[in-house]
Write a protein that binds this ligand. Structure first.
Ligand SMILES: [Zn+2]
Length: 234
């Protein structure tokens, strides 16, 4: 959840992110020399908005990355902040990798737009090769692995996302959690596979599924809350 703190100037609608880097020096290039400059972003904000009404805000934990992965240090994020009563939407971005993040209040609000469920396709394929490496003879050929993943993907489309039991929450993204393949779904998957796989292949597939369906392991489902920005009502 969010534990980031902010200060909002109620007069200018400016936002300051309170962070341990408030006083971190910045480095500027002067000629061919790098020079350290002391900064105090918090004090600078306070001076700029002296005499204005300020209010503390906390991040609610709701974050939306519409263009790139949360792991990308350049990705633009839309974050929800609150003073305990009202909610605010802030756009967080940086122009260049060396620059600090800038925060800007935006009109509108983050709203949920449903859940998406995906299988961990690449991770499954990689893990299958690894899992069967001790006994290469039992390792399904690449086309059979593709077939298995294809059948799994087909099956996942029939699941109701909200009924999937959560096994773990992502530590990287509040909008992502991992969902369990329940016993009935595993049985259905095996029934689908039984048309295309030999009995001994089926047995090893089931063992693979059973050993990799806990926590956030490769046979868990990635459930993402899709967020979108709703413009303010006119
Ligand atoms: Zn101000």
């Amino acid at each position: 959840m969010g534990n980031e703190r902010f200060i909002r100037c109620c007069v200018c609608d400016a936002i300051h992110h309170v962070s341990p880097f408030d006083k971190a020096p910045v480095y500027v290039c002067l000629g061919n020399q790098l020079q350290e400059q002391a900064t105090d972003d918090w004090r600078a904000f306070m001076e700029r908005h002296a005499g204005h009404r300020l209010e503390p805000l906390n991040a609610t934990g709701e974050k939306f990355f519409p263009y790139a992965s949360p792991l990308d240090p350049m990705s633009v994020a839309y974050m929800e902040l609150t003073n305990g009563r009202d909610r605010y939407l802030v756009r967080r971005a940086r122009g260049r990798i060396q620059e600090p993040m800038s925060y800007e209040l935006i009109a509108g609000q983050l709203v949920e737009a449903g859940l998406s469920v995906e299988v961990q396709e690449n991770e499954i394929k990689k893990e299958m090769k690894n899992h069967f490496s001790w006994a290469p003879a039992t390792c399904p050929q690449d086309d059979k692995i593709d077939l298995f993943v294809g059948l799994l993907k087909e099956l996942i489309q029939t699941l109701e996302p909200r009924r999937i039991q959560i096994s773990e929450f992502s530590s990287l993204d509040d909008a992502v959690s991992y969902g369990l393949l329940d016993d009935a779904t595993v049985d259905l998957l095996m029934a689908k596979c039984s048309v295309c796989f030999w009995p001994d292949e089926l047995a090893s597939l089931r063992r693979f599924v059973e050993t990799h369906r806990n926590g956030c392991d490769v046979m868990t489902l990635v459930i993402s809350r899709r967020l979108t920005i709703e413009p303010p009502a006119c």
